[in-house]
Design a protein around this ligand. Sequence first.
Ligand SMILES: Cc1cc2nc3c(=O)[nH]c(=O)nc-3n(C[C@H](O)[C@H](O)[C@H](O)COP(=O)(O)OP(=O)(O)OC[C@H]3O[C@@H](n4cnc5c(N)ncnc54)[C@H](O)[C@@H]3O)c2cc1C
Length: 475
Amino acid sequence: MHSPHPSPLVNDIHSALNATRVAAIHQPRSLTEILAIIADAAQRGLPVAICGGRHAMGSQQFASDAVLLDMRHMRRVLAFDAAAGLVEAEAGIEWPELIDYLEAAPTPEGGQRWSIRQKQTGADRLSLGGCLSANIHGRGLQMRPFIDDVEAFTLVDAHGRVQTCSRTSNPELFSLAIGGYGLFGVIASVTLRLAPRRTMRRDVMLLELDELMPAFEARIAAGYAFGDFQFAIDPDSADFMQRGVFSCYVPVGDTIAPDAAAKELSEQDWRDLLLLAHTDKTRAFECYARHYLATNGQHYRSDRLQQSTYLDGYHGEIDRALGHCGSEVIGELYVPRERLAGFMRAAAADFRQHGVDLIYGTVRLIERDTESFLPWAREDYACVIFNLHTPHTADGIEATHRAFRRLIDLAIAREGSFYLTYARAANAAQVKACYPRFADFLDAKRRYDPHERFQSNWYRHYAALFANAPAELAA
Ligand SMILES: Cc1cc2nc3c(=O)[nH]c(=O)nc-3n(C[C@H](O)[C@H](O)[C@H](O)COP(=O)(O)OP(=O)(O)OC[C@H]3O[C@@H](n4cnc5c(N)ncnc54)[C@H](O)[C@@H]3O)c2cc1C
């Protein structure tokens, strides 16, 4: 166990809006060390928060004055079953190490080469524990959230017991801890279901919003596995949220190698694009679309195509150019697929009316999650992700939260929903509408963790909102 630093200040990576002073940070390297930290916190009556890559933006990974368990030193692969396509790894491992491990793993002559099924887009340094806890998703065209990829995990619970959780062993805890935001215990290791690694071709075209759903359906019928629609961001243009870059990936046979000299954006290209998205949105979209169209027909491995460049601290450079301090805050909204176009038009009108500063946006698909206790994918939805520029002032932050509350209302009006892992903008009525079992989730948390050992600022916020909410919300 590492010796704790005294009262350090921690923050999330992307929005940097969750500065939190914690009691101490521990970085366990083994299950035994986790057990010792939990026992020590219990003896001292201290709550425990758990973090991995620190990318969540609602402060699910931090709690003021709590012990912070930073899992990133638990990053070993523990077992790889090449016959069954399963890998077990410690929960602090991040995607690059896991993908590299699987790429390098010895494969018998003619044997199957395995890799991950799905990961997030937009960032790679995200931990398996964080993925389970937010029940993440990628840009699969016919995939369910991450719970579908999890075979089992081990968890240290609030009583300091090591629990093995799977669909047959502790099934309730399995369904609660996946999508449980770190509130049910410390996930120590995860056994993931893998997929055969494939070579895929990227096919890119520009598309109008009204063409999108039929285009997704056609791609699925033609065997495409991944895809998304990255839409125009300039409110002064008629293309705003109406036109986008539609990129999909189709398996082409594994004798084809990925392109060694594939066109890619360099780190500097990304920096330039991010700055342009703040200062000249039409040019940003043009550059982005030009780059993507130039990659039409390139071949990638099914795992590598899901990786992306994320530049930690990229906003510092933009702050200097804009002359104020800010960052982007992400939100993700879900709507039934046939209602996507109406939702996007209403959102575009809202952004224009309120001067919302959209930096990046994309549409993906998700299939219904039938397994987790608190599912965000309650139906087969279209997912719309918005990255909003947010000045770091009280007004700037509140304006972004108001924008997300309006978007959530637009989604609810269309029988849609929103993702809990980004920001704490949603009010209790919105949480209740989109997560009808939220009060049961809080009850289950207290049943498994009666002393509320595992906490976060996100949990404290919503537990208080539901405690003070009118009875019909809390019920
Ligand atoms: C730029 C960006 C792009 C993103 N793209 C996507 C996307 O495409 N799809 C998507 O679904 N999400 C996406 N996200 C959200 C992200 O996947 C989640 O916030 C995820 O939980 C972050 O993982 P992390 O390792 O950074 O975890 P942290 O932020 O450190 O923690 C997140 C949650 O996991 C819990 N946790 C972490 N490790 C453990 C553990 N070992 N045991 C128990 N609990 C644990 C924490 O307590 C917390 O509740 C994105 C976020 C950013 C900033």
